[in-house]
Design a protein around this ligand. Structure first.
Ligand SMILES: Nc1ncnc2c1ncn2[C@@H]1O[C@H](COP(=O)(O)OP(=O)(O)OP(=O)(O)O)[C@@H](O)[C@H]1O
Length: 123
């Protein structure tokens, strides 16, 4: 393997370490992962079309990515200051707000995606 290929593989290793650190350190990410797996299983059971499945995967992936970015930002803020700082509060609260906004959108998209297949399944 050449040096650039080795660097490429190593960067995957660092990214994997970041994912593991975020998941093990944050209860919210564990919950979102659990809910995501459950929703994917439910979609499979309801025989979702490829298009519905793709949208669902996109939404679940986006929520988890946002959670990881939020966690990264929390770490950076904690690294910069141990003291109370209004800007630190704003930064953390804004990142948490971004997760909240997309989580609400994700629930709405989920309901829209599940409505027809669930109706079809239970009728
Ligand atoms: N250094 C800081 N200065 C000012 N406000 C802060 C600071 N650190 C955290 N806060 C605020 O205190 C509240 C709780 O933050 P806390 O650190 O307990 O949780 P978090 O870092 O947001 O999330 P987690 O519990 O997952 O680490 C939030 O409103 C956050 O913005």
């Amino acid at each position: 393997m050449g040096p650039s290929a080795r660097r490429f593989v190593r960067s995957f290793g660092y990214a994997w370490e970041g994912i593991k650190a975020a998941v093990s350190g944050e209860q919210n990410i564990k919950i979102h992962l659990g809910v995501g797996c459950f929703v994917l299983l439910a979609a499979y059971a309801l025989h979702f079309s490829a298009e519905r499945f793709a949208i669902l995967l996109l939404v679940i992936g986006a929520v988890i990515c946002l959670e990881i970015m939020n966690t990264a930002l929390e770490r950076v803020v904690d690294l910069v200051t141990d003291d109370f700082h209004p800007l630190a509060k704003q930064a953390k609260d804004m990142a948490a707000g971004a997760v909240l906004v997309f989580s609400v959108i994700a629930v709405i998209i989920g309901l829209l995606l599940f409505f027809k297949p669930a109706l079809h399944y239970f009728s």
